[in-house]
Ligand binder design. Sequence first.
Ligand code: PRP
Ligand code: URA
Length: 213
Amino acid sequence: MKQIYDNVYEFTHPLVQHKLTMLRMKETGTNEFRKIVEELGMLMGYEALADLKTEDIEIETPIEKCKAPVLAGRKLAVVPILRAGLGLVPGVLSLVPSAKVGHIGMYRDEVTHEPHEYFCKLPSPIEERVIVVTDPMLATGGSAVDAINLIKNKGGKKIKFICMIAAPEGVKKLHEAHPDVQVYIGHIDRELNENAYICPGLGDAGDRIFGTK
Ligand code: PRP
Ligand code: URA
């Protein structure tokens, strides 16, 4: 992992980079695309959750009694930013099947590129949970910043953000707005184009996951 800012990390793992290349290829179809996004949810979630607290409990193995660690304390919530964030959820849930799932609906205006919220339902109580926000793409950063504002306004405190591909502008904006949020990025690409799409990127993540357009 490469540290970009305090609390902001970019993956260098070859498996993550290989899978991102498969996603970038325009001939990768919906089925394969969705499968790889799910795998990245697991690989990136694994790293993002490396600081979860554990506590020792007494157990008995077939050999003897011992103390062994289990996940402790704060419960987990996974919060995808709709639609595309949904693609990463199964991978994170495969690591922590008992996690609750919230949803935040955001769409970007095609002309202004400003995010608009259309749905928000979070598990309660949200205050005590470690919250993993998922969205494959961090472009201008507007959607992620607003989604995290919403979570904080509802009481969320310990927030992590996972995305597959980011533009440098979006990374800076998210970090400046929410320096306390731990951000895990698969790869930081070159720039945004005039339509605020990430270059080289992978196109429209929601359309490629759900086969729309
Ligand atoms: C995409 C993506 C992010 C957002 C990123 O969603 O999944 O949520 O754009 O752009 P930003 O950083 O400039 O805000 P989109 O609005 O296309 O909605 P969708 O997931 O429903 O396709
Ligand atoms: N949303 C996407 O899905 N792709 C981009 O490149 C930018 C925003």
